[in-house]
Design a protein around this ligand. Structure first.
Ligand code: HEM
Length: 123
């Protein structure tokens, strides 16, 4: 059975997707401020790496620990994470990905919520 990564078009497709996700996040009224001082190139690369791992297997290796380390002190809220998922889904839909596949991708990425959200109030 094809992995979600293969269904989306592989690493090449993910590299296009992360550009769209960044462009949506950076103009988002609540998410934009969180990324103001972040290097776009580094972020896109890191996000692409993480998404490729996560979408490549039905039993993805545990990348949560690393993501928890990176995000732990950022104060990302549940609502921020929801907006992130919205930006990802909107990017995929705009690229013509079918709604069922978008839902599956969203569900897979949503497993990272507990590693990204730290519950504190973002400022
Ligand atoms: C609401 C959701 C998210 C927010 C607000 C957020 C925010 C951030 C910020 C501000 C940084 C920079 C940290 C620093 O420079 O010290 C960062 C780094 C990173 N994030 Fe996120 N993130 C979110 C979701 C995700 C998700 C879902 C993934 C993976 C699928 C991810 C993967 C990464 C990676 C790999 C880095 C390190 C990039 C690097 O090497 O510089 N993030 N995140």
């Amino acid at each position: 059975m094809s992995s979600l990564l293969e269904l989306l078009g592989g690493r090449d497709a993910i590299e296009i997707v992360v550009v769209g996700v960044w462009e949506r996040m950076i103009v988002d009224p609540s998410l934009g401020a969180l990324f103001r001082d972040v290097s776009r190139t580094r972020y896109e690369r890191g996000l692409a790496d993480s998404l490729c791992v996560l979408l490549d297997s039905d039993d993805p290796p545990w990348i949560g620990r690393e993501l928890r380390r990176v995000h732990g002190a950022l104060g990302v809220r549940d609502a921020d994470f929801d907006r992130f998922l919205d930006c990802l889904a909107a990017t995929l839909e705009a690229a013509g990905v079918s709604r069922p596949l978008v839902r599956r991708v969203r569900g897979r990425v949503a497993v990272l919520r507990g590693d990204i959200v730290s519950g504190a109030v973002a400022n």
